[in-house]
Design a protein around this ligand. Structure first.
Ligand code: NDP
Length: 272
């Protein structure tokens, strides 16, 4: 039997997920047909109902703008999805559909791949949108000691800080720029690099941070990575490894096999 999976989104033509999952399936010897599913805006429920009416469908990924619709469609949520307030992975279990969120694990796996152990680390998260919300629960589980959230819209940073403080009361989590200090890791979870723009962050942050990560990925280093490198002596990375990492964790939820991400990441870089 060929297993079916897909990624729901709108737009979706740009998604690299079919290529990534095809490579994982080949690596793990699993028969999988993974397709792009362009759902109409406001029609996620119908698209998901139709896709999962096929008995061979094992699961799906969900990307913008449907991560919240997916949260409402599933029967049950994982802790990560519930904390993130968004679902990026749907898993068919025998009698129900479970919504999970592997974005944060994807980021943490990629940071580990880059040699960063997050235990007791101080993190600056720039952005308070879906990507930041998805990433933070896994950073908390990985043992970061301090989290500061900085966002253009301060009230969103404050709201997210309040949410994090509720599920992780022992973590030192705060928002705003007034208390900016020294960080072990700076993560750009805004979409600014896609428009070749930079967030409003003082240069001193980049002078001291050993690792700077941009969730946006591109064929060459993003403007954020180049800026950080120009100012500080930091290691930089884009979000392609996070993308492959979150896909690997989804694949593992569906098939119980964790694929080798390095191989697939190298393949994607070569093709870029
Ligand atoms: P959202 O739309 O939910 O959030 C966008 C974030 O960017 C908000 O914090 C927003 O601030 C900020 N922002 C946007 N425009 C500006 C601006 N002009 N100036 C300052 N801040 C700005 O998007 P997501 O959080 O879902 O995604 C963010 C990025 O992360 C995307 O580019 C996406 O491609 C990438 N991503 C990468 C993943 C990966 O696997 N590598 C996974 C998920 C996302 P404000 O709240 O003030 O509007």
């Amino acid at each position: 039997m060929t297993n079916l999976a897909c990624v729901f989104g709108n737009p979706i033509a740009q998604s690299k997920s079919p290529q990534i999952h095809a490579a994982f399936a080949k690596q793990c010897g699993i028969e999988l047909s993974y397709t792009r599913n362009l759902a109409e805006i406001n029609q996620f429920r119908k698209a998901a109902d139709d896709f999962f009416a096929q008995s061979e469908s094992v699961g799906a990924n969900v990307t913008m703008p449907f991560k919240h619709d997916a949260l409402e469609w599933v029967d049950e949520l994982s802790t990560q999805a519930s904390r993130a307030g968004a679902v990026n992975t749907i898993v068919r279990r025998s009698d129900k559909f479970v919504g999970d969120n592997t974005d944060g694990l994807g980021l943490v796996s990629d940071l580990n791949r880059l040699g960063l152990d997050l235990h007791q680390k101080r993190v600056l998260m720039i952005g308070a949108g879906g990507a930041a919300k998805g990433a933070i629960p896994a950073l908390v589980d990985a043992g970061v000691s301090h989290l500061q959230i900085q966002n253009r819209s301060a009230e969103k940073a404050q709201e997210l800080t309040d949410v994090v403080n509720r599920y992780a009361p022992k973590l030192a989590c705060c928002f705003g720029s007034q208390t900016l200090q020294v960080f072990d890791l700076v993560v750009n979870a805004t979409s600014l690099s896609m428009h070749n723009e930079l967030p409003d962050i003082p240069n001193s942050v980049f002078e001291q941070a050993p690792m700077v990560y941009d969730m946006v990925y591109a064929n060459s280093p993003t403007v954020f990575m180049r800026h950080a490198k120009k100012i500080g002596n930091c290691d930089t990375a884009d979000g392609l490894g996070m993308l492959v990492g979150q896909a690997a964790h989804s694949f593992n939820l569906w098939f119980g096999k964790m694929p080798n991400t390095r191989e697939v990441l190298a393949q994607l870089r070569e093709e870029a």
